[in-house]
Design a protein around this ligand. Structure first.
Ligand SMILES: [Zn+2]
Length: 508
């Protein structure tokens, strides 16, 4: 029997979640986080502390462990959630991917790392464009597997262009590495000859982010139902909540079921899950705490050490959803009310961070937040401050979505403002990891209140300190407010829950 060459599997990706209401993302944002071409993708994926999210490292590790293969790095661009990507950069990336993939032919399989809620300044479905481009280049017979964030807005062409559609199943996203490994297993099965079948259903529900937790709630129930109903023929069940702020025609809670052989079984299960989601539609409305109530709660726990400490989530200013991480509503209200024993982070303000570094530890000065306005929500605020700590912002994530990742937050400063220690950063990132306070010498365990600029991923990092009952989601203005009625939507399919009355859906 002749020796067969190890399969050649191409790796590529485009991963960003885009908020149409936020300022555009540029090539510089990708270069500052993860932009790799060629085999540097593989070496970075195999390094102990990569900059990329863990799907690709999980894919590479599982391929390495499951037999011989020849990885072929193409190009991977990934960065923090932001506004739409400048179309010229997306075009450049697509050209690079196309050129390198053509040069790499023949390949036996392709792995795509995708978020699924990308936008460009001209295109609402760049992920679909990428998937189609890859399919066109490799032809109909080469297996293509993609991993997607569960905040993906799924288009027909995304589903049609690939063979294995694998979405995250946890929010906060703690299964990225496992989903990469699942994509590797799918590639192995398809290399052995399998051609899976899909079913895809989209509901007229655009769930506000805070209603999409996977520990409990209507979305968790859909995911759990899908997992319980797995059979040997069902290869994957992905329930994709989507990302409202992308504001596209493809928005809507989606179910993608992949069967090894039986397409009708995939259709039946997809309908079951969709019908469960539809039956629970009244639960996709956010329940938030008002700012006044939040202040009362922070004052109460500050006064009475026998009460459990609280985490206040500034869900409307979540850098993990394109927020700027610099609104001052909570800082101002807590400071003016005299809240004590509080931490607040991470506040994105490079100018203030630089000034604190110039002044040095121990300096007293008038901290001017948002001296350069970035959005209408980024109101200026001045307060007397003392510099209590400075760092260069380099760290390795400790817990949650950033665990093990190499991160650079730029010049960081801890400023004491009345009873609140504020961590200022210079590279925008969501406050999902306790390391962002700990590297400044701040003790989360001793704080009475901790304000986090994060929608939900902080839950995976701060669970050591705060159980679900200690978390307060505060209703404030911002680019990522879960109160979707406050936005001027242009492209969302209407009517849709939770924006409209009399929304109808009938299983096809
Ligand atoms: Zn996500």
């Amino acid at each position: 029997m002749p020796d067969r060459l190890p399969p050649r599997v191409a790796l590529l990706g485009f991963s960003i979640e885009c908020n149409k209401f936020a300022p555009p993302a540029t090539k510089a944002h990708f270069l500052a986080r993860t932009y790799l071409e060629g085999d540097s993708i593989i070496s970075e994926a195999r390094s102990p502390n990569p900059t990329m999210l863990p799907e690709t490292p999980g894919f590479v590790a599982a391929m390495d462990a499951s037999g011989p293969w020849t990885p072929v790095g193409i190009a991977l661009a990934m960065t923090e959630p932001n506004g739409p990507v400048e179309h010229a950069f997306f075009g450049e990336l697509l050209d690079t991917i196309s050129r390198r993939l053509r040069a790499a032919l023949p390949v036996d399989g392709v792995y795509i790392c995708s978020h699924g809620a990308g936008l460009t300044t001209e295109e609402d479905d760049p992920d679909g464009v990428l998937f189609e481009t890859v399919r066109r280049i490799v032809g109909p017979d080469v297996p293509v597997a993609a991993t997607l964030d569960l905040h993906a807005n799924v288009s027909e062409r995304m589903v049609d262009a690939i063979d294995a559609f694998i979405g995250y199943r946890t929010n906060p996203h703690l299964d990225m590495r496992e989903r990469g490994a699942e994509a590797a297993a799918a590639i192995r099965e398809m290399l052995a000859g399998l051609r899976p079948q899909h079913a895809f259903i989209r509901l007229p529900i655009v769930p506000p982010t805070v209603t999409m937790l996977t520990a409990a709630g209507p979305y968790a129930e859909m995911i759990d139902h899908g997992q319980r109903r797995m059979t040997p023929d069902i290869m994957n069940v992905s329930v994709m909540g989507g990302f409202a702020f992308a504001d596209t025609a493809k928005n809507g809670l989606s179910v993608v079921v992949t069967a090894r052989h039986d397409r009708e079984a995939a259709e039946r299960l997809a309908h079951e899950i969709a019908e469960l989601g539809w039956a629970n539609r009244a639960r996709f409305y956010p329940q938030l705490t008002s700012l006044d109530q939040a202040v009362e709660k922070a004052l109460a726990v500050g006064r009475d050490p026998s009460l459990p400490a609280l985490a206040f989530a500034d869900v409307a200013d979540n850098p993990g959803g394109g927020g700027r991480g610099n609104t001052t509503y909570l800082l101002r209200a807590f400071h003016e009310a005299g809240v004590a024993g509080a931490l607040l982070g991470v506040f994105y303000d490079p100018e203030l961070g630089a000034e604190a570094h110039r002044r040095g530890v121990g300096a007293h000065f008038e901290a001017r937040f948002n001296r350069s306005e970035t959005t209408r929500f980024s109101e200026p605020y001045n307060a007397p401050a003392t510099v209590v700590a400075l760092t260069d912002g380099r760290c390795v994530g400790r817990r949650g979505i950033y665990a093990g990742l190499r991160l650079e937050l730029g010049s960081c400063a801890a400023l004491q403002i009345g009873g609140i220690a504020v961590v200022v950063i210079s590279h925008r990132v969501q406050c999902a990891d306790p390391i962002f306070f700990e590297m400044m010498g701040l003790d989360i365990g001793r704080a009475r209140s901790v304000v986090v600029k994060s929608r939900g991923h902080f839950r995976g990092g701060f669970d050591e300190f705060f159980g679900p009952e200690q978390i307060v989601e505060v209703d404030l203005p911002g680019l990522t407010s879960p109160m979707l009625t406050r936005f001027d939507w242009k492209r969302l399919p209407r009517p849709v829950i939770p924006l409209d009355e009399n929304v109808e859906w009938r299983p096809a």
